[in-house]
Structure formats: C-alpha cells, structure tokens
Ligand binder design. Structure first.
Ligand code: ATP
Length: 617
C-alpha cells in the first residue's frame, strides 16, 4: 500500500513552475474576460470604471498591468504552495503509518524505508517552508506597492477633479449629500483600492484553489452507497452540497448584519459630527453655558449608537455560532467519509490527512464568496460615494456661471441677472463700468443679494447670467467678511492666495505693521491655527495686508471692515487708497462711514431693482 497520490519531487521545481505559468495564463485570460463583462454589464462595474478607468488606460498604464500580472502570479503561486504542502503532508503521514506497520510486523527493512521517507518529507518541508516564508513577504510587499501606487494616483485624480472649476464649492447646488468629501477622498479611496485588490485576487485564489483541490479530492475519493444508490467520488459531491447548504443558512442569518453595519457607520458618524460641532463652537457653547444641552445631545446620539451595536452583537452571536459549528464539522467531515476506506486498507493515513486538507481548501474556497458578501456590500457603498462625488463634480462644472473675459485695467459688468435658487430675482440686468482708481460701494437691506452678487461675479453662483470683463487671474481679488486663513505658518496665511515663497519676509513684516499688526510681525515662522488665535478684527486686517502684498487691479470686499472700529476702518481704506491708488474697489457694506472712500453707490432695492448714484460726502 502506498500513497495513491504522490509527487516526483526531483522534477517538482520545473513541474510547479510550468503548472504556475499555465494556471497564471488561464487565470489572467479568465480574469480579463470576466473583468470586461463586469465593467460593461454591472452597475457597480460601470461605477468602478468611471472612478478609476483612467488608471488602466492611457500612456502610463503599462506599469500598472505589469504590477497586476505580478500580483496575479503571486496569487496563483500561493495556491501551488498549498498544493505542495498537502502532498508533503500526505507523504509524511504515510511514512509514519509504514513505520508503525514495520514495527508491528518486525520488518526492519520496511522500517528503514519508512524512516528515510519520513526524513525526506521533512527535508522537503523545510524547502517548502523557506519558499513559503519568502513568498509571503514578497506577496505582502508587492500587494502594498500596488495599493500605494494606485492610491496615490486616485487621491491625486479625485482631489484635482474636486478642486477643478470650483466644483468643491458648487457641488452643493447639485447634490446636498456631498457634505463629506473629506471622508470620500480619504477613507473611501483607501477602502476602494484595498478592497478592489483583496476581493479580486481573493476570488482568483479561491477559484484556482477550488479547481486544484477538487482535482486532488477527486483522486482521493471513492464511492459511497446511500440508501442502495452508489455515489461515485462521494467526497467531492458532499463537500459541494455541504458548503451550499451551510452558505444558504449563513446568508440567511448574516444578511441583517449588512444593514446593521451600515447603520453603525451612520450613527457613529452622527455622534462624531456632534462632537466636532462642540469643538468648533467651543467658545460659543462656553459663553452660553450650553454644556448641559450639549451633554444631553451627545449622549442621546451615543445611546443610538449603542442600541444598534447591541443588535449587531446578538446577530453576530447567531452568525458566528453557525459558522463555528459549520467549521468544526468541516474539520472532521473528510475523516468521517474516508474512515471506512482507511480501515478497509484502501487508502493510507497520508491520503486521509490530505483528503482533510483538500476538503478544507475546497470548503474555504467556496466559502470565500459567502464570507466576502459583507466586504462587498461595504465596497459597493464606497463605489457609490466616490462615483457620486465624481458625478457632482462633473455636473457642477456644467452648471451655468457668469460669462467672463479678461480686460486689463477696467471692470465691465454687462447685463448681469442674479436669482435665488427658487428663481426670485435679486439683481436684474445690471450694467456697470469701472476704471482704475474708481470705487463703488454696494448697499441694500439684509437679504437683498449683495453677497450673492459678489458670488455671481466670482463665477461661483449658478443662478445667474450675463457677462463680466475684468483683470485676469490674481489681478482680481475677492475678500469675504472673514478672510480664510490656511493651515501653516503666519507667512503662508498672510500671502494667501499668493505663494509665501515669492515674497520676502521683510515685505510681509512691513505690510503687517502698516495694517497695525506689528505685534505679530515677528511670528512669521509660527505654525498655528491662526483663525482661532486672531480676533475677527485682526483677521480682517490680514485681508488688507493681502491687498498691499498682491497689489491687485480690482478688489471685491464683502463687509471687510465690519469687525474693526471706525477709526481703524478709516485708516485701512486710506492705506489702500494711498498705497494702491490705481486699484478699483467694489465694496459691500452696511456702514455709512465706508461711503466716503468710494466714488459711486450701487443700491439693491429689492426684487431685482437697483440704482446707481454718485456718493456725496
Ligand atoms: N445657498 C443658498 N441657497 C438658497 N438661498 C440662498 C443661498 N444663499 C443665499 N440665499 C438667499 O439669497 C438671498 C440673498 O442672500 P445674500 O447673502 O446675498 O444677502 P445679503 O444682501 O448679502 O445679506 P446680508 O446683508 O444679511 O449679508 C437671501 O434671501 C438668502 O436666503
């Protein structure tokens, strides 16, 4: 009696190499065909292609395919290693069985042969184990390299797309749910890349493993008679039947987990957002002494997280309970079926243990699809979020915006209409021309559309039409009520949107002193959250410092001096008028003290009506 399936180890290196290359060729072909079909005919496949198709096409895609081929090769190679281990195990246990028989029969020649077979199988194990360790590490490294390269490309691609054509602002007019691009760009991209690889390569590995071990199981299995009917190759059919039934039950038990996990994400995000709100509004909450209300609000949200979490715990108990039972039975299932043949002497101990290994591999391969269901549900959610962001970016860029043209040293507003999203007119048919040194102040009651007019002139507001001709690029500056201070040192904050590298420190310090911020002029290197440190009035002075630094031809100011006293307001405007006298000013202000720095006044009267007059000081 000898192992019914053993390998010729002397030639195994070449055999395995040939096997791996063949299996790689077949897998790569099947993978390509299935991928094309999925990309064309499934909704999520089309979403995948819209998100990342450009990575796989174009001039730079050759290295991508090369790396993919290596990843695929490593996956197939891993299966071959498992196959080899199963044969090595077979030989080792068969040798032990032969040794036991040699002892029993007092046959020293048989004992010697068994002993040398045992040591040979251990020597083979040490070679296989060494290759396995090296392969595992290389596999990890190549997988990570693949992910990092893809993630880098995708983050760059999506960030660029999001920032292009002011989509990051105008997305809100397309899809109100795009309120968390941060999550989409950071977490979803990471998840998308990792899960794309793990699911696709997992499926390839499972299929190759399924075919390989079904073949082994086929060779090792014999017929079984059930109720008078003989089932040939019973083990193969039984494992398929076993996994099918256990999968159906597991699917039925585990299905609610997908919904519960979705809710878990949602409720945790709500809780986190509420915490962030308290952090961002800390000063206001503290002034109001709102801790009590905040505590109740936070703990109510957290209670919802816990309620749902308990449901997950109970459901997981059932799901895991079933899976544990299934897996425990799978441990002995092959032994149970093969035992009669072993005791009848038809198969060796090695065949028995190899049957168990093969059974487990076939079982695990078939179970891959069941166990990946959850990961796939999460993957689809990521696909939907990334595709949704891409779609909103595209659509928002196609939204109408004011037509614009470059014009050196002057401003021409020609037939501009501005409406609210529901179509009510805010400004109707505005015509206005400005020449260097001129200044216009915009007045009107709260809600009359002053800020929205500026949004329209900056091409941000979609409910508008008409034409604006103005100095190009950074020759025109829009300054909102509270200037934006980017992350980084003070130098970067003051120079924004210019680059701090282009301006020397002395110039920045001089300008800060001119706008009466001499107290911070020596802190240019400090990295702080300057928006939290500087008072609103100080932040508004930073905006004036930017005008002095960038010396634009035209500036739009929206309530730019609302947080400073009238004396300071006077000197800031005076500074601009004397330092950059050619600069055209277009200011929105409620304060009458601002009027004296302007030549004309544009008044929004309501329902789209407006009136232009000269300022009489
Ligand atoms: N994103 C938006 N969606 C819907 N309506 C908006 C949006 N932004 C502004 N509005 C509406 O457009 C109108 C004009 O708003 P806008 O902020 O331009 O007024 P304003 O004259 O600048 O007011 P204030 O003097 O109070 O700053 C308001 O009725 C406002 O509610």
């Amino acid at each position: 009696m000898s192992g019914s399936s053993s390998l010729d180890w002397n030639n195994e290196l070449w055999n395995s190499l040939r096997w791996t290359l063949e299996a790689f060729g077949i897998s790569a072909t099947c993978f390509a065909i299935i991928a094309v079909l999925l990309l064309r005919f499934t909704r999520w496949g089309r979403q995948f292609w819209r998100i990342s198709g450009a990575y796989f096409t174009g001039r730079d895609s050759a290295p991508v395919y090369a790396l993919m081929a290596v990843v695929l090769f490593m996956t197939v190679f891993a299966v071959r290693m498992t196959v080899l281990f199963s044969y090595q195990g077979n030989e080792m246990y068969t040798a032990l069985q032969m040794a036991a028989q040699g002892f029993a029969q007092g046959d020293s020649a048989a004992l010697d042969a068994a002993e040398s077979a045992f040591w040979r199988s251990l020597a083979i194990f040490s070679i296989l184990a060494t290759i396995h360790v090296a392969r595992s590490l290389l596999d990890f490294y190549i997988g990570q390299a693949f992910d990092i390269r893809w993630r880098q490309w995708l983050t760059d691609h999506i960030t660029t797309d999001w920032l292009a054509g002011r989509a990051f602002y105008r997305d809100r007019f397309v899809d109100a749910t795009i309120d968390n691009p941060d999550q989409r760009i950071q977490a979803d991209v990471t998840d998308f890349v990792q899960t794309s690889r793990s699911l696709s390569m997992g499926a390839v590995g499972a299929m190759v493993s399924l075919v390989s071990f079904t073949k082994i199981l086929w060779d090792l299995s014999g017929p079984i008679t059930v109720f008078g009917t003989e089932i040939p190759r019973a083990l193969v059919f039984l494992v398929f039947a076993y996994v099918l039934v256990s999968t159906i039950v597991a699917f039925w038990l585990g299905r609610p987990l997908i919904r519960l996990n979705f809710w878990n994400e949602q409720l945790t995000a709500n809780f986190r957002y509420a915490l962030v709100r308290v952090r961002d509004g800390a000063e206001n909450v503290a002034f109001y002494r709102g801790e009590g209300v905040e505590r109740t609000g936070l703990l109510t949200r957290f209670a919802a997280v816990l309620r749902n979490y308990w449901r997950i715990v109970y459901r997981t108990l059932k799901f895991n309970g079933w899976n544990l039972v299934v897996n425990q039975i799978a441990e002995v299932f092959a032994f149970l079926i093969q035992a009669p043949r072993f005791f009848a002497g038809t198969i060796t101990l090695g065949d028995m243990t190899q049957s168990a290994t093969a059974f487990r591999q076939v079982h695990d391969s078939l179970s891959f699809f069941r166990e990946s269901y959850d990961a796939f549900a999460g993957y689809r959610a990521s696909l939907m979020r990334l595709d949704g962001l891409g779609r909103a970016n595209r659509v928002s860029r196609e939204l109408p915006a004011l037509a614009t043209a470059d014009l050196d040293g002057a401003l021409e507003i020609d037939g501009v209409h501005v409406r609210t999203p529901d179509g009510s007119p805010l400004v109707t048919d505005l015509d206005l021309t400005m020449t260097p040194g001129e200044a216009v102040v915009v007045k009107g009651p709260s809600g009359s559309g002053k800020t929205t007019l500026l949004r329209s002139l900056a091409q941000m507001w979609p409910y508008t039409d008409g034409l604006i001709r103005r100095p190009s690029g950074q020759q025109t500056l829009f300054l909102s009520q509270m200037p934006y201070l980017p992350l980084g040192d003070l130098r970067t904050a003051v120079a924004y949107p210019g680059s701090a590298a282009d301006i020397d420190d002395d110039t920045i310090r001089t300008v800060l002193r001119k706008v009466q911020l001499g107290n911070i002029a020596d802190r240019l290197d400090e990295e702080q959250d300057w928006a939290k440190i500087l008072s609103p009035g100080e932040q508004q002075r930073i905006a004036f410092a930017r005008i002095l630094l960038l010396r634009p031809a035209l500036v739009f100011l929206d309530e730019a001096t609302s947080a400073v006293d009238e004396g300071l307001e006077y000197s800031l405007y005076d500074l601009i008028r004397t330092e950059v006298p050619e600069c055209m000013l277009f200011s929105v202000s409620h304060r009458s003290t601002v009027d004296q720095h302007h030549t004309r006044q544009l008044e929004l009267i309501g329902d789209g009506a407006w009136q232009l007059s000269t300022v009489s000081v």
